[in-house]
Design a protein around this ligand. Structure first.
Ligand code: HPA
Length: 275
């Protein structure tokens, strides 16, 4: 058995001492978006530090625990706090929780993040449903020996984000009069925000938003056959000709502002999906 699968099994063995339930829905909560966790009727939670091989969160705006409970009538397992490449974790560490989720029964993974808006039509506080991504992290979680039990050596990426979930979310947004964009998320390592010249370049690459997360987890999820839905909150406007300094506090504040709308979308989509 591969080293990775052995680690997954140890983590699962520990979690299975607490629950025998199947959790068909997985959720990863991003920067400033932790409040969705309040909507979950929590059965129990585990600190990352208590789960074998789980990394521990270092960013202050992220709590580090795995929540097990019910949301919109579905059993969910939610990461409150995620791991970023800029924190120094390996790609394998960043994607480990996604690997574990599969063995807890997760079929559909919902990922949220805060990002900068590159598309001139987008404004601070807007919501974008992720249609596709560009990986400019300079690395990939699938580098290394491939465990065929987990997925293919050369996984297809023609449709990483579920078309069905995108369309369902757009319907939900419309019904609730929430404006949403649909666009391309581009991932860079960070941790610094980008220069004006970089924003100009990223726009040429036809990215709509830029952020420092999500793409590793999505690649691992697609690799293992987990359906993905991604949603971004635009926390700052990255327009090179009118760029102003941005602080992490402003990013968190903008994310918090858009959170109620994002919560409605996620909750309603989760209520309606069949698993
Ligand atoms: N770049 C620019 N602005 C941002 C980012 C980013 O990665 N994340 C949130 N706002």
């Amino acid at each position: 058995m591969s080293d990775l699968r052995q680690k997954i099994q140890e983590a699962i063995k520990h979690i299975r001492t607490k629950t025998q339930e199947n959790y068909p829905i997985g959720i990863i909560l991003g920067t400033g978006l932790g409040a969705l966790a309040k909507e979950i009727e929590i059965d129990f939670s585990l600190d990352y530090g208590d789960i074998p091989y789980f990394p521990i969160s270092t960013v202050e705006s992220h709590q580090g625990r795995l929540i097990f409970g019910t949301l919109a009538g579905k059993k969910v397992v939610a990461m409150q706090g995620r791991f970023h490449f800029y924190e120094g974790y390996t790609m394998q560490q960043i994607t480990f929780p996604v690997r574990v989720m599969k063995y807890l029964g997760v079929q559909k993974l919902f990922i949220s993040n805060a990002c900068g808006g590159l598309n001139p039509q987008y404004r601070k506080g807007d919501i974008m449903i992720i249609d596709d991504h560009i990986n400019l992290l300079g690395t990939n979680p699938l580098i290394g020996p491939n465990d065929a039990e987990l997925g293919d050596r050369f996984p297809d990426m023609s449709q990483p984000y579920s078309k069905e979930l995108i369309e369902l979310a757009e319907d939900v947004a419309m019904e609730n009069k929430i404006k949403v964009h649909r666009g391309v998320y581009l991932a860079l390592s960070g941790p610094n925000l980008e220069t004006r010249a970089e924003y100009r370049m990223l726009r040429i690459l036809q990215a709509d938003v830029v952020g420092m997360s999500t793409v590793p987890e999505v690649i691992a999820a697609v690799h293992q056959g987990t359906e993905v839905f991604g949603i971004s909150i635009i926390t700052d406007e990255c327009f090179p000709e009118s760029l102003v300094p941005v602080s992490i506090e402003e990013v968190v504040e903008a994310a918090n502002m858009a959170e109620p709308s994002m919560t409605v979308i996620l909750k309603t989509v989760i209520a309606r999906v069949s698993v």
